[in-house]
Design a protein around this ligand. Structure first.
Ligand SMILES: C[S@@+](CC[C@H](N)C(=O)[O-])C[C@H]1O[C@@H](n2cnc3c(N)ncnc32)[C@H](O)[C@@H]1O
Length: 197
């Protein structure tokens, strides 16, 4: 089998797995008050769709920003790697990340968490919705249906190569950086937590 054929086959398997996966329902009642820095905010732009002009969405890929920008043009869209943010200390009231940290290695996550800690206010919070992953091999997929506060329904799916990213491992990393963490909801496939500075 050629490299092209095997890549095609892997894509078909990925799409098939995504279709048969059970859908996880995520209801978002609110996002933090005030100004929000949203990490990896491209793709569906879920947080920007809710917080609109209060949101500064940072993503390292222009293609991800372009798609999301159409859904929330009022948000402030910035192309940047969240490991190095060009904002002063305490610039934002709070920060969010919606299924973005699952795309980062542990080393990158740590740098991103440090930057978030730096750029949010002393009373700031970091709200995270993400996947609980304990997969040694293959691809991890999660298929979700998100209900926004205005009852808009967004259906999407996220996938990454296998890794270990449990709710407790993320809590520990956040605490190492200085956050106090409250786990709000923890399911088999995803969690929602609030980290306070
Ligand atoms: C699955 S998407 C997130 C979904 C998005 N939050 C939404 O509302 O649909 C993950 C995003 O994280 C971004 N990302 C990953 N690592 C990043 C980093 N170090 N800095 C900024 N963005 C990053 C990716 O470019 C990608 O757009």
């Amino acid at each position: 089998m050629s490299v092209k054929q095997s890549k095609f086959l892997r894509t078909i398997v990925f799409l098939f797995q995504l279709v048969i996966k059970r859908i996880q329902k995520i209801v978002i009642d609110a996002v933090p008050e005030g100004t929000i820095l949203d990490i990896g905010g491209g793709g569906e732009g879920i947080i920007a769709q809710i917080g609109r002009e209060r949101v500064t969405a940072v993503d390292k890929f222009q293609s991800e920003i372009d798609g999301a920008k159409q859904k929330a043009p009022e948000a402030n869209w910035i192309l940047a790697d969240a490991q190095n943010l060009d904002f002063s200390d305490g610039h934002f009231d709070s920060a969010t990340s919606f299924f973005s940290i699952m795309y980062m290695s542990n080393k990158v996550k740590k740098e991103v968490f440090k930057e978030i800690y730096r750029v949010i206010s002393d009373e700031g919070e970091f709200w995270i919705w993400d996947a609980s992953i304990s997969k040694e091999k293959g691809v991890f997929l999660v298929k979700i249906k998100v209900i926004l506060p205005d009852q808009t329904v967004v259906r999407t799916g996220y996938g990454v190569s296998s890794k270990i990213q449990t709710v407790n491992s993320i809590k520990e990393m956040l605490e190492e950086v200085g956050f106090n963490v409250e786990i709000i909801e923890s399911n088999k496939q995803w969690y929602f937590m609030k980290a306070k500075k």
